[in-house]
Ligand binder design. Structure first.
Ligand SMILES: *[C@@H]1O[C@H](CO)[C@@H](O)[C@H](O)[C@H]1NC(C)=O
Ligand SMILES: *[C@@H]1O[C@H](CO)[C@@H](O)[C@H](O)[C@H]1NC(C)=O
Length: 298
C-alpha cells in the first residue's frame, strides 16, 4: 500500500492537471470574398491562437472565395456543421470566432447543426445579425458586377436566393413581405416568421456561455453597422434605427438574445476601425479572454 499510494497520488495529480490545463479549441469562419489561406485570415487565426494558447482552426467552405459568394448561407452552414462533427478535437466543445458573413454561418451552426459538438463562447466581429439593407461593398470586379445585376433584378426571387449568398440576409425594410416569404436564411435563423418560430433554435442559441458582439465604429460596409449588435430598422421604414433592445426579436425573445442578456452573458463591444478592422489590443481585450483555457472546470 505504501509503495502504491504515492504512485496513485501522482497519477491522479497528472490526470487533474491535464484536465485543468485542457483548453477548448476555437474555429474561425471568414467573411465574403475571403478564404482561410488569405494573409489576413491566417494572421488573425494565428494571433488568437498565440495569445490564448488554444488551438484555432479556420474552417473552409468549398474553395473559399467563390463559395463564400455563391453558395447559399444555409448550405455553407450545413457544410461547416458536417466538418465540425467530424473533428475529434472539438468533441468536448469549442468556441467560434466569426468574421462578417462568417457570423451567419456561425449562427446556422449553433442553431441548426443536429448532433454537433457544443459551442461555448461565440465571438462575433462585424456580423450582419439583423440583416443588411444593401449588399456589402465589394469594390469592382466581375463578382461584384454579377452580384449587383442579380440583386437589382430581384433579391427575393428563387434564382437569386439559390445562387447569391448575401441575398440570404438582405432585409429590405420596404419589402417585408418579400423578405419573410422568400429570403432563405435570416428569417429562419432569427425566428422571425410568425407561427414558424422554433423553440429548438432558441434553446440552442441561449445555451451559449458567452456571446460577444463586436461592432466597428467606422464600419461602412454593413448597412446599418448596428446590425452587428442586432440593431435594425423598423419594419417598413428606414427610420428610426432601433437598438437591439427595442426590436421585437429582443423584446419577444425570439432567439434567446434577451435571455442571454438578462443572464449577463452578452457583451456589446464597440471598437475603433472600419469593417473587420480591429487592433491587436482590442483583440487581446475583447476576444482572447473568451478563448483561454477554462480554469478549474474539472
Ligand atoms: C505566433 O507565435 C510563433 C511562435 O512564437 C511566431 O513565430 C509567430 O510569428 C506568431 N504569429 C503571430 C501571428 O503572432
Ligand atoms: C424545430 O427544429 C428542430 C431541429 O432542427 C426540428 O427537429 C423540429 O422538427 C423543428 N420543429 C418545428 C415545429 O418545426
Amino acid at each position: 500500500m505504501r509503495l502504491v499510494s504515492p504512485f496513485f497520488t501522482y497519477i491522479i495529480f497528472v490526470l487533474i492537471f491535464v484536465h485543468v490545463s485542457h483548453s477548448l479549441p476555437f474555429i474561425v469562419l471568414h467573411g465574403i470574398g475571403d478564404e482561410c489561406s488569405s494573409r489576413g485570415t491566417t494572421k488573425f487565426t494565428k494571433s488568437l491562437s498565440n495569445w490564448s494558447g488554444s488551438e484555432g482552426y479556420c474552417i473552409e467552405v468549398g474553395n473559399g472565395f467563390w463559395d463564400s459568394w455563391f453558395t447559399p448561407i444555409g448550405d455553407q452552414a450545413q457544410i461547416v456543421c458536417d466538418k465540425v462533427k467530424k473533428m475529434e478535437k472539438l468533441r468536448q466543445g469549442y468556441n467560434i470566432v466569426g468574421r462578417s458573413q462568417g457570423n451567419l454561418i456561425a449562427r446556422g451552426v449553433i442553431q441548426f447543426c443536429e448532433g454537433g459538438p457544443p459551442v461555448k463562447n461565440y465571438i462575433s466581429l462585424g456580423g450582419p445579425h439583423a440583416g443588411i439593407a444593401s449588399i456589402p461593398l465589394c469594390g469592382s470586379g466581375i463578382f461584384c458586377e454579377l452580384a449587383n445585376i442579380l440583386i437589382q433584378s430581384d433579391a427575393y426571387s428563387d434564382p437569386v436566393q439559390e445562387h447569391l449568398a448575401p441575398s440570404g440576409y438582405l432585409k429590405i425594410p420596404s419589402n417585408m413581405k418579400g423578405y419573410l416569404d422568400k429570403c432563405s436564411f435570416l428569417p429562419k435563423v432569427n425566428n422571425e416568421k410568425p407561427g414558424e418560430r422554433n423553440s429548438t433554435y432558441k434553446k440552442r442559441f441561449s445555451s451559449l456561455d458567452n456571446l460577444i458582439l463586436i461592432m466597428s465604429e467606422q464600419d461602412n460596409v454593413l448597412v446599418p453597422k448596428e446590425t452587428s449588435w442586432f440593431g435594425y430598422y423598423p419594419d417598413g421604414a428606414y427610420t428610426p434605427l432601433l437598438p437591439a433592445q427595442k426590436t421585437k426579436l429582443y423584446t419577444e425573445d425570439w432567439i434567446g438574445l434577451k435571455t442571454l442578456d438578462d443572464a449577463g452573458r452578452v457583451k456589446f463591444v464597440k471598437v475603433t476601425g472600419g469593417h473587420l478592422g480591429i487592433s491587436d489590443e482590442d483583440m487581446k481585450k475583447h476576444m482572447v479572454p473568451y478563448l483561454v483555457s477554462q480554469k478549474w472546470k474539472i
